[in-house]
Every structure is written in C-alpha cells, then in structure tokens.
Ligand binder design. Structure first.
Ligand code: ADP
Length: 421
C-alpha cells in the first residue's frame, strides 16, 4: 500500500519530485493524468499523479487535483503532497492557492505549509522572499516568463492574493532552531487561524527539519526540495522496507534521443552529440509539415538504429524559432514540432527502439501521450532531476528519460545510455 500520495502541477516537475523520493529510499511510480477509477494501484511507497494544471483555468486545476486526491486516498496513501515549481510559478489568481486550499478542505486540515525552496538548485526562501541564485524572484528573469510572470518575490503576499484564508510565515530564525521550533511555530499560526505558512529554508538541513516537523501533516505543499525530509519520517515509523528503491527491470533494444526543447542546455547537448553519434537536425522552416518532416527522419534512421543512440532534433536557436513562429503563429509552430516528434517516436518504437531520451517538457508530454504511456516507474538519476524510468501501460515496455529542457550536463545524450550499461 502506498504511503505518500503526490499531485504535481506539471509533468517534468512530477518526475523531479519522484526522483527526490527515490533517492530517499522510497519506491516511486508516476502516473500520467488522473488514473481511472479501476486502474490498478502500483506497488510503490510513493505515487505521483502528474497533471498539466499549472496554467489551466483555476476551476479546472482544482477539479483535476481533487480527482487525483480522491484516487490517491482510495489507493491507501496516508499523507499527501502538492508539488509546484521551485520558482512558485503561478498567475495572480492561481493555481497554487486555489488548489492548496481545495486539497486542504478535502482533507479537513486547517493548515498547510508552503515551501518551494530547493537550495541545490539555487532556490532559497528568506523572510518569505524567494531567491533564485543571488537574485530576488522578480529580478531573476522569472518576471518575464511568458505564462507565469513572477513580479513579486514576497511569497506571503503572493499566496495571500491567491487564497481566501490568511497566510503566515515561519521565519529563518525559527527554522534554524530545528523541528521542534518549527512545529511550535506552525501550531501557533494554525491557532491564530492562518490557513498557510510560507516556511523559510536556505539549506538542505532546513528542509530536513521542516520535513520532520510536518511528520503528522495530512497535506504538505512545496517544491521537490521539501520532500527531502519525508522518507525519513516513514523510515522512523518502520513503514519503509529497506530495498533498492531505484531498481528497474532491465530492457534491451535500440537507443534514440528526440529533442524538441530550444532551451540553452538542450542546444548544447545537441552540439555535443553531433561529434559523437549520428545526429539529424530537422529544418521545420524548410519543411513546415509534420508528416513530411517525420518521414524525413524515419527514412534517415534506416540502418542507423542500434545500441549507439541516434539523435533527432527539431530544436533551433531563438532566431529560427522566431522565424517559424512568425510564419505559422506561436501555437501552431509548437504544435507542428510536437506532432512531428510524437510521430517519429511511435515509428522508432515500432522499429525496436526501447531506450528513449526526450528533451523538453511539452515535447515529453506529446511523446508520452502518443506512445500511450500511463505510468512510469522511477529509477536512478542520470543528472539531477532526470531519472531513467520504466514505462508501462502502453503494451510495449520502454525505458524513458524525460528531460526538462534546461536540465542535464552537456554530454547528457551519451551519458544517459552509458548509465544503463
Ligand atoms: P522546454 O522544456 O525547454 O521548455 P518544451 O518541449 O517544453 O521544452 O518546449 C519547447 C517548445 O518549442 C515545444 O512546444 C516545441 O514544439 C517548440 N519548438 C521546438 N523546436 C521548434 C522550432 N524549431 N521552431 C519553433 N518551435 C519549436
């Protein structure tokens, strides 16, 4: 029976959380979308339901999150985690506040903590203010995000604007005094009628202390950082069986990489792969047609598939992306590339590819949907936040590594396969 039930507001964020729990010794399975009523409960200590609710209409985000919660409750989970981005990505009115409030209502908890800190990735919270590296959130570049511009670093204020209830703060000085002090501060805030508290955290030791302090909370909300402290609670309670939580079944088959992210890290990784392995760069501007582009790639892979990965990239530098967007419109340009890569993915699997790396959050969503993958068992990390996973539910078992665009070292596309050897 699962212990921890998690609801993540986006796909790669769900994987990031799952990888954190696996590192802590919990076996984790990620489910894609709200499972059906009769879907089997996977054998795992933590189940993470990945939604696409970060920028959905608040009503839809709430409804999906509640449906996920109901399923996780039926699966026997005893504690619940609402995972959002470590940069608190949200709009003026949602969706972190409305979803957290609805989950808290459904669980009958009067209070929940909110902590997006992830010091390993440079996200720290001090006096309720979120820093990205050395910059305040609203001066970090996040203020210019196309969908969720973050123009206020004061998270007490940000969360207050999104909630009916009031929001307090557990400040650094308290957090630094350890679990008992944090627990006391949270109890006091709850007694004052606060609905949530932003909890400061600057180091992993703070995150562990917060995790311990929240041992008996029905609901915890935050980034994957705050999940650092949770496995130990279950271990202390004797609920976690010692096992290699990252063990995956082994699977042979051809290797491939599909890239649809135009993030800087991915462009570097493609550049690096070019001199190492067969690499095809698709030119969507020359062939702005998904079927034709996919056919080009499928013809190119003939005779090239094997243990050495082939890399197929639609990714392009900003000026080329802008040119395609100017020609087709932003959405249609994205949809064209996603359709192309999803079609190629299906063809690759048909031709015996069983180890597949996908670069890009939206791109991963499109590929996984096309392949009919419903669930991912989480294995060992290749680079921080990107584990190998074992995909089930699509008839053909697959090893998948789904990489958020900006994640991974420059040699990620070769390193990933070496890690399986
Ligand atoms: P990331 O994780 O880096 O944000 P995503 O896959 O989420 O990557 O987003 C990248 C988006 O850019 C996708 O919608 C993809 O279809 C689109 N895209 C990829 N290549 C191109 C291109 N050459 N021109 C225009 N859009 C592109």
């Amino acid at each position: 029976m699962a212990l921890l039930g998690c609801i993540a507001d986006d796909f790669t964020g769900a994987t990031d959380l799952a990888a954190m729990l696996v590192k802590g010794g919990m076996r984790a399975v990620q489910l894609i979308g709200v499972p059906g009523h009769d879907d089997p409960v996977p054998a795992a200590d933590a189940i993470i339901v990945a939604l696409k609710s970060r920028t959905a209409a608040p009503g839809d985000a709430v409804a999906e999150s509640l449906a996920a919660l109901a399923w996780l409750k039926r699966a026997g989970c005893r504690q619940f985690f609402f995972k959002y981005c470590s940069t608190f990505d949200s709009t003026e009115h949602g969706n972190i506040g409305p979803v957290a409030e609805a989950l808290s209502d459904a669980l009958g908890t009067g209070f929940a903590l909110a902590c997006p800190a992830f010091p390993t990735n440079g996200r720290t919270v001090y006096q309720g203010h979120l820093f990205v590296g050395g910059a305040l959130l609203n001066e970090s570049g996040m203020e210019k995000h196309p969908l969720t511009p973050m123009t206020d670093a004061n998270l007490v204020r940000v969360l207050s604007r999104q909630c009916q209830g009031t929001v307090g703060l557990v400040p650094f000085a308290t957090v630094n005094n350890g679990p008992a002090a944090i627990r006391g501060a949270m109890t006091a805030l709850k007694e004052q009628g606060r609905r949530f508290a932003i909890v400061d955290a600057v180091t992993d030791a703070h995150l562990r202390a917060i995790g311990e302090a929240a041992e008996n909370h029905a609901l915890i909300t935050g980034g994957s950082g705050v999940a650092l402290g949770l496995p130990e609670n279950f271990r202390r309670a004797g609920l976690l069986v010692a096992s290699d939580a990252a063990a995956l079944p082994s699977l042979d088959g051809h290797a491939a990489v599909l890239a649809g992210s135009c993030s800087r890290a991915t462009l570097f990784q493609i550049g690096n792969a070019r001199s190492q392995v067969p690499t095809l760069e698709l030119d969507a501007l020359a062939t702005p047609d998904a079927a034709a582009l996919a056919a080009e790639a499928i013809a190119w892979v003939k005779g090239r598939l094997g243990a050495i990965p082939v890399v197929i990239a639609a990714s392009a530098p900003p000026e080329k992306v802008a040119a395609l967007q100017a020609r087709l419109g932003r959405e249609a340009a994205g949809a064209l590339i996603e359709e192309t890569l999803a079609t190629i993915a299906a063809a690759l699997v048909e031709q015996g590819v069983r180890r597949l790396v996908v670069a890009g959050g939206e791109t991963s969503g499109a590929v996984v949907t096309r392949l009919g993958v419903r669930s991912l068992r989480i294995g060992r990390e290749i680079d921080p936040g990107v584990p190998w996973t074992y995909a089930e539910g699509n008839g053909v078992p697959l090893m998948l590594a789904l990489k958020s665009g900006n994640f991974g070292a420059p040699d990620f596309f070769t390193k990933a396969f070496a890690a399986l050897a």
